[in-house]
Ligand binder design. Structure first.
Ligand code: PLP
Length: 382
């Protein structure tokens, strides 16, 4: 099969699966227990924390394991807002954040009266750093800016943004959703003024259900869960030792190979863009700065789902938007102000080093066939 939906999820790396399996069997003791097997399980978690912190460019003590990117974003947003609600109730965010960011923001507005300023991307998918900065006031408690957008891959210079925000209001917290960017583009968190950064395992060939949140040392955040002492009380609940170990294994491999991986994915991207440009009637949505592995297009008058299922028959798997949007028109392309027809006819193609030129050739051939067949069918329908 030609799996080109890696922004939705990735296959589990077999070595990661082996580590998960071995950890489940060997280190099932409670990592908080005071006897040797518990201590051994704790060592597995601390070693994983070190691996993830090396890849994030921060201290081990600044990494908190969670169960998903969604949980990391919710913790960062609610936690920052609750810790600051007594001096300000204003938040700034980009207009195309993932639902695990914009929905908590909507809830903060509905439940606690926060005012949220969303800064829309332009039609190329770029969000202006200056516009985000201009929206920050003395009462702005938090700015949320995704590092790489999950539908079009647009990259934001989050380090520069955080520095500019702190220069304007050093009380304003900066949260970055790094789920699509982590290990796809270089960033060393300790060289930035970013306060929190969310990542997720299943975008990196680790299992679903494990993620992490970077919290800058000394950063003030109110935990959402209360309970035991795990994760420095920031995220209580007995740790999922096996998935944490698997996550770290995936991170270590991708971190070591990051430069090569980026080069490989760039080669795939160039081949794909070249092929797409030769297809009639395709509109490319390519922001000025992107991660390499996401390409978004609009088809000539063929609805996303129709083409998606046509390609499925060829064993080519892409998506109509984000997987979380399940059938909804693309949140990102809508925020970019693109015409409804382009939004309804959009496809997201996302790939990584597990993909080959053959996968992309299969896609291009499938698209060409699909455009010819489906466009004819649509003409007959009219
Ligand atoms: N943020 C972005 C940008 C994403 O693409 C996703 C997943 O699609 C998430 C957050 C949520 O991550 P998870 O699926 O681990 O909850």
């Amino acid at each position: 099969m030609h799996y080109l939906d890696n922004a939705a999820t990735t296959s589990v790396n077999p070595q990661v699966a082996d580590i998960v399996n071995a950890t489940l069997r060997q280190h099932w003791a409670n990592p908080s227990s005071l006897y040797a097997p518990g201590f051994e399980a704790e060592k597995v978690i601390e070693s994983a924390r070190k691996t993830v912190s090396d890849a994030l460019g921060c201290k081990s003590s600044e990494v908190y394991f969670t169960a998903s990117g969604t949980e990391s974003n919710n913790l960062a947003i609610w936690g920052a807002a609750l810790a600051r609600k007594n001096w300000g109730r204003h938040i700034v965010a980009t207009g195309y954040e993932h639902p695990s960011v914009y929905k908590p923001l909507q809830m903060l507005a509905a439940e606690l009266g926060f005012a949220i300023t969303f800064i829309a991307p332009d039609t190329s998918g770029k969000v202006s750093t200056q516009a985000l900065l201009d929206a920050v006031t003395a009462k702005t408690v938090l700015v949320c800016a995704m590092h790489a957008n999950n539908e079009i891959g647009a990259l934001l210079d989050v380090a520069a943004l955080a520095a500019a925000i702190k220069a304007k209001n050093n009380r304003t917290a900066v949260h970055v959703d790094g789920v699509q960017a982590f290990l796809k583009t270089p960033l060393r968190l300790n060289t930035t003024q970013i306060d929190s950064y969310a990542v997720s395992g299943h975008k990196l060939h680790a299992p679903k259900g494990v993620g992490a949140l970077y919290l800058r040392q000394g950063y003030n955040l109110t935990p959402l869960l209360t309970g035991g002492e795990q994760e420095g009380t920031m995220r209580p609940g007995t740790e999922n030792t096996a998935y944490i170990a698997g996550f770290a294994c995936a991170v270590a491999q991708l971190h070591k190979a990051m430069a090569n991986n980026i080069a490989t994915v760039n080669t795939l991207r160039a081949y794909l863009l070249g092929g797409l440009q030769k297809l009639e009637g395709i509109t490319l949505h390519v922001p000025p700065k992107t991660i390499a592995g996401i390409v978004n297009i609009s088809l000539p008058g063929i609805r996303s789902e129709t083409m998606l299922h046509f390609l499925e028959q060829e064993q080519v798997y892409v998506s109509a938007g984000s997987a979380c949007g399940k059938g909804q028109p693309s949140h990102t392309l809508t925020a970019m102000g693109l015409p409804a027809q382009q939004v309804q006819c959009a496809l997201r193609i996302s790939f990584d080093t597990q993909n080959s030129l053959e996968d992309l050739t299969a896609l291009l051939t499938g698209l060409q066939k699909g455009i010819a067949t489906l466009a004819r069918a649509q003409t007959r329908c009219r």
